[in-house]
Design a protein around this ligand. Structure first.
Ligand code: MTE
Ligand code: HPA
Ligand code: MOS
Length: 749
């Protein structure tokens, strides 16, 4: 089934933040942000701006009624700079005016007196100075020190990975509207309505029941709006509180790129030890995460890097250490994969390094070390592994050896174009790694005309979660999907939500919806039992909008039943709660069972490099992917294709560039390249893994949002293999592998 939004999307009728009709008297906000990355803020001169046409008010830190603080995990992030600025783009003042244009022009008239301090942009420099966001985190399995002594081969090296701009099509923004008795309603383009509500309460000093947050849908979030929608919602809410007027702020693209954080860059050291049969015996890795100027979500991102540091492999001896380093960049944040891709890249580099030195293919080492059922991840969870099955079923369909042979034959005959092939297994844990976040609620109403409305904490951001939730309700009630409508995500209907993140929204909110619908279904079947004079409600079921007895349609239709139930004063509404069972994690031992299940997959990636120009094309990404049993293949295939392209972009052409002053140079789409239609793979092959294992996914349909992004990592190694086929070289493990870097490796002078 197609995503329920597809028709309104293509007609341009879907409603985003910027499409909400504005109330008379609405003011427009614009932020004046720091022009330098680090300094003492001595004074803000807003006199000229105050006089500017249409300007209503200018707000600085001292005007806030509540606390000047939006740090969700660690209170280290002021909403507006007061004594210091920590990054270029840090908000200093809010201009309110009668039009967007006047607000933006007036903001340019503000001047700040800033005494410059030395900016730090390199995470290793920050670590050397001891400037860490949190104390280092460590995962230990076995004993690496003794294990390395037994290894036949030991290799060590360093990797660099860059950040990634989210580039959601809809930029960040919010619209705050005053209500009765000081209440405020906030429309926000956020993945975390409750996170916005909490942050707004903090900066306004209001109670949570005075703040209503409402989200229709997002034009993409990709993690960038899990935490970082808060600032703009707070800016609008604070302005509404101070002016009693509705206030809107939708960022321009360049404001968004300059002021918001991105995927975390990492610099890492690895050491890998193998025995003579290519078993990986020991792995030591140290991650330096570039967190930016404040914590934001860096601590849990850092943790997920550790969780995924051995990817799909079983390694009996692992020591993994991770540092979250404070630098003078915008706070980096969640991005599809949430630190997992960064952990996986490093182990793949270590394997590629070992393969190169030993003269074997990386695939041989990868295949040999895939995790089996019953083997242990470094964090103590025991694998229920599909690593081997995705590899072998993929191999049966795509014939990996044949693909490699075709590339070798092509390379033997071609001088200036070379093909490279790489395998990319993926294993991604599903659940928020912070156990208490794995809960959700759903509110289901059956109206007397038989139509059904569902509200949950899930935010629709293009990933199709509303379609899946509607499917759950339609299936439970045996109704056509048109009878079900999923309402906006609203903190007055659903309280204390976890953000829509960790690929877990469909599972958590879908399960809550299933529970709510089943409760109503049971009540309705009891009513039906009397109406169709059945001996037992157990003989009855719903299908095609009718009550069925022992599988045969009766004359009692859904709508008649619903009305009858209502007249009999039966409750047609239900608010249900779901909490993932069986998960736990203890940070004092760094062991537990944090994930409801893992999603596995194996991809093979093929590229062709133009060795005169350094350009490349991705010929194919073919994967065998573990969907469990997908409840919506059209949505899920879309997630796989989108994830792969986003992963490829991160590894190849997307280059976030801050200069040493902490100024973002790749601050527009002219300087920051993302994959377009010409750079998507010529072929994307998706083979669903055949398995009938039980899992904790909703209707056994496994989470799909993030895992496919990591297939894109294979492109990095495929390009590297093609480069090595042209010239005898060993490119540094430095991602992204831009055409410029490829060219420099092809032709060392
Ligand atoms: N797909 C689209 N179209 N837009 C998005 O913003 N976000 C991704 C993924 N797929 C995203 C997307 C991220 S980062 C996550 S965590 C999941 O969707 C969240 O949604 P889910 O939990 O419903 O899978
Ligand atoms: N994944 C995504 N988002 C999160 C997580 C996680 O594990 N924990 C907190 N926010
Ligand atoms: Mo996704 S990075 O968990 O929003």
């Amino acid at each position: 089934m197609k995503n329920l939004d597809s028709k309104s999307h293509v007609r341009g009728e879907s409603v985003y933040l910027d499409d909400i009709p504005l109330i008379q008297g609405t003011l427009y906000a614009c932020v004046f942000d720091s022009p330098v990355a680090h300094g003492k803020l001595n004074a803000v001169d807003a006199k000229e701006a105050e006089q500017y046409e249409g300007v209503y008010k200018i707000i600085t830190a001292k005007d806030l009624i509540g606390e000047n603080q939006i740090g969700g995990i660690i209170p280290d992030e002021p909403l507006l700079a007061d004594s210091e600025v920590h990054f270029q783009g840090m908000p200093i003042a809010i201009v309110l005016a009668d039009s967007e244009e006047n607000a933006r022009k007036a903001a340019k008239k503000i001047a700040a007196e800033i005494e410059p301090l030395e900016p730090v942009t390199d995470p290793r420099v920050a670590a050397a100075k001891g400037d860490l966001i949190i104390p280092p985190k460590k995962f230990i399995l076995g004993d690496t020190e003794n294990a390395f002594a037994t290894c036949d081969h030991v290799f060590a090296g360093r990797t660099e990975q860059n950040g990634q701009e989210h580039l959601y099509i809809e930029t960040q923004g919010a619209y705050a509207v005053p209500g009765e008795n000081g209440a405020i309603k906030v429309y926000s383009s956020t993945q975390g309505p409750t996170a916005v509500q909490r942050a707004v309460c903090r900066v306004t000093g209001l109670a949570m029941h005075q703040i209503e947050v409402d989200v229709q849908r997002l034009g993409g979030g990709f993690g960038g709006k899990e935490d970082q929608a808060n600032a703009w919602a707070c800016i609008c809410a604070v302005a509404t509180q101070l002016t009693k007027r509705p206030v809107k702020y939708a960022l321009h693209r360049m404001e968004d790129m300059r002021m918001t954080g991105k995927r975390h860059p990492y610099s890492s050291d690895y050491k890998i030890g193998l025995d003579k049969d290519l078993n990986i015996v020991a792995y030591e890795v140290t991650f330096y995460q570039n967190a930016g100027a404040s914590a934001d979500l860096s601590p849990p991102v850092l943790e997920r890097t550790l969780f995924h540091c051995t990817n799909s492999y079983f390694i009996p001896n692992v020591t993994a250490t991770a540092y979250s380093c404070r630098t003078n960049l915008p706070p980096n944040t969640a991005f599809r994969g949430f630190g997992g891709p960064q952990g996986m890249f490093v182990i793949e580099c270590a394997i590629a390094h070992a393969a190169e030195k030993l003269g074997v293919s990386a695939a041989e080492i990868q295949r040999k070390n895939l995790i089996f059922d019953g083997e242990e991840f470094p964090y103590g969870q025991i694998a229920e592994s599909e690593a081997i099955t995705t590899w072998t079923q993929g191999d049966e369909k795509y014939n990996f050896a044949q693909l490699q042979k075709e590339a070798d034959e092509f390379n033997a005959a071609s001088k200036y174009f070379k093909k490279g092939v790489a395998m990319m297994p993926v294993c991604f844990g599903i659940s928020f790694t912070k156990t208490p976040m794995n809960q959700a609620r759903s509110l289901v109403h059956v109206y007397t005309d038989g139509s059904v409305a569902v509200s949950t904490g899930a935010v629709e951001m293009g990933q199709g979660v509303n379609t899946k939730i509607a499917q759950v309700a339609a299936k439970t009630f045996g109704l056509p999907i048109e009878k079900v409508r999923v309402h906006t995500t609203n903190t007055q209907r659903i309280a204390n939500t976890s953000p829509t993140a960790a690929s877990a929204a469909a599972d958590l909110n879908g399960k809550a919806t299933q529970i709510a619908c089943e409760t109503i279904r049971t009540r309705l079947l009891e009513v039906a039992q009397k109406l169709v004079e059945s001996a037992s409600a157990l003989d009855l079921s719903f299908a095609d909008g009718f009550v069925h007895r022992n599988g045969e349609r009766t004359s009692l239709d859904w709508q008649t039943l619903v009305m009858d139930a209502h007249l009999s004063r039966v409750n047609l509404s239900e608010h249900a709660h779901y909490a993932t069972p069986g998960i736990n994690f203890d940070w004092t031992t760094a062991k537990g069972h944090p994930f409801a299940y893992h999603v596995y997959g194996t991809a093979v990636v093929g590229v062709t490099v133009d060795c005169l120009r350094g350009r490349y094309e991705v010929d194919y990404v073919k994967c065998c992917h573990d969907f469990g049993s997908s409840m919506n293949t059209e949505v899920d295939y879309g997630q796989i294709e989108g994830g792969i392209v986003q992963g490829l972009g991160w590894m190849t052409m997307e280059e976030v560039f801050y200069d040493t002053d902490g100024k973002l140079r790749s601050n527009a789409l002219s300087t920051y390249k993302v994959p377009d239609i010409y750079s998507v793979p010529k072929e994307i092959g998706i083979l669903p893994l055949e398995t009938n294992r039980e899992n904790l996914a909703v209707l056994n349909s496994k989470a799909v949002g993030e895992p496919p992004l990591m297939y894109g990592i294979g492109a990095y190694f495929a390009i590297r293999n093609a480069v090595k086929a042209f010239t005898d070289c060993s490119p540094d493990f430095d991602a992204p592998f831009t055409p410029e870097k490829v060219l420099l490796n092809l032709h060392t002078l």
